[in-house]
Design a protein around this ligand. Structure first.
Ligand code: PLP
Length: 415
């Protein structure tokens, strides 16, 4: 075990890192911005902004079809970004990386292709009580269409999935398991490797929603042995409107396409269309070329800092934040899982989460209030909403101090 001090020595130089993020330099309502809403979306480093600008000012052309130089450059940059995503996830082949609009679209793609082709009436889809709506609703829709049923593994009072219950719910009817790697509402890091192994034992296919994992953890899809892995670019310091789906090559090959259009075909006549190979089979129409290139730049930026270093600093922020919040009378943390990413969800006695967020905003502090697109999690803890501070590697202890001070002012107003 490394000592705490040795760990801190490994942390990124936060002051220098912050200079890479123009948005962090602004003031809000006359106060320096304290941005603690990173689970909703992250700010973008200059390297990402430069990549977008460079594409639109120099290389803007459609991909795959042109023979002119700009099209060659744009195709090379787009496919280069696919290779960057492959390396980031440690997938075996770029054929396994499909660009999508984000985690939501990646999950819907799997539900509507793999799911539609493989589910029968009476089959079961197993999710957990921690899921974001985007990893609930697509499965509910599929289950309704197919006469299948949705089963839900419960969570305990800390916000951990109850593994024994999860295991009991797996059975010969389980065709699909869909689990978040990290919970957006509580920060719980799920033991997905073990859970995937259990799913495979009953012959189910496992999709992991990695939207909240990739900004914080080193993900290795081959080590996890997941069948599908979904994430969004904007949560990992990239542009909005772009994300990716990893799928094992043999599954993607066997799956029917989802949307029809240009690029996803090999040949078209009015009688018959033959489809392209993965990943293009799943990328109908002009893709978000600039977005993919921006995502590649974001991944290069994050890996340049190093996810291990990021983890060290974020664990420090999480521990400090939990300790300082606990000092505020009336604050109750929601979600105290054994393994957590840098998310602190809390309620403050007698004050609605929206009032907290509004008052903090007047002090330049951006947090999120609400159900975090995870209403079943709120229900499980008997609250309508929580306030959520979620950290990235560019956050500081001073910003946590500002949050705690801000909460003090909230209390003064309501006392
Ligand atoms: N899954 C989780 C765990 C999330 O936190 C989110 C977004 O908050 C999503 C999926 C959906 O991501 P997007 O809206 O980028 O598709």
């Amino acid at each position: 075990m490394r000592s705490a001090r040795a760990e801190i020595a490994l942390a990124p130089d936060v002051r220098r890192v912050r200079e890479d993020f123009p948005a962090l330099r602004q003031t809000v309502h006359g106060h320096p911005l304290v941005y603690l809403d990173n689970a909703a979306t992250t700010q973008k480093p200059q390297a990402v902004l430069d990549a977008l600008m460079s594409f639109y000012t120099r290389d803007c052309a459609n991909v795959h079809r042109g023979v002119h130089l700009l099209s060659e450059r744009s195709t090379a940059a787009y496919e280069g970004a696919r290779e960057t995503v492959r390396r980031f996830l440690n997938a075996a082949d770029t054929r396994e990386i499909v660009f999508t609009r984000g985690a939501t679209e990646s999950i819907n793609l799997v539900a509507q292709t793999y799911g539609r082709a493989n589910l029968r009436a009476g089959d079961e889809i197993l999710i957990s009580g921690l899921e974001h709506h985007s990893n609930i609703v697509p499965w509910q829709m599929l289950a309704a269409e197919k006469g299948a049923s949705l089963r839900v593994a419960p969570i305990d009072d800390r916000g951990d999935i109850v593994l024994e219950e999860y295991e009991k719910l797996l059975g010969p009817r389980t065709v699909m398991v869909a689990l978040s790697h990290v919970s957006n509402a509580l920060g719980t890091i799920n033991p997905v490797r073990r859970m995937i192994e259990m799913a495979h034992r009953v012959g189910a296919v496992a999709l992991i929603d990695g939207a909240q994992a990739v900004p914080h953890l080193k993900v290795d899809v081959r080590n996890l042995d997941c069948d599908f892995y979904a994430f969004s670019g904007h949560k990992v310091f990239g542009p909005t409107g772009i994300g990716a789906l990893y799928g094992k090559a043999r599954l993607l090959e066997a799956m029917p396409p989802w949307q029809g259009g240009g690029d996803m075909i090999r040949s078209v006549t009015f009688e018959k269309t033959t489809f392209n190979d993965p990943p293009y089979k799943f990328e109908a129409g002009t893709p978000h070329i600039a977005g993919a290139i921006g995502l590649g730049a974001a991944i290069d930026y994050v890996t340049g800092i190093g996810l291990e270093q990021i983890g060290v600093w974020e664990r420090e922020l999480l521990a400090y934040g939990a300790q300082e919040l606990a000092r505020v009378p009336g604050v109750r943390l929601i979600g105290t899982a054994r393994e957590k990413a840098a998310v602190l969800s809390f309620v403050l006695e007698g004050v609605h989460a929206h009032d907290i967020a509004t008052i903090l905003d007047r002090q330049g502090i951006a947090i999120r209030a609400g159900h975090h697109c995870a209403q079943p999690v709120m229900e499980r803890f008997g609250v309508a909403a929580t306030s959520r501070a979620s950290f990235a590697f560019y956050n500081t202890r001073l910003e946590i101090d500002a949050l705690v001070e801000g909460l003090g002012q909230v209390k003064e107003i309501f006392e």
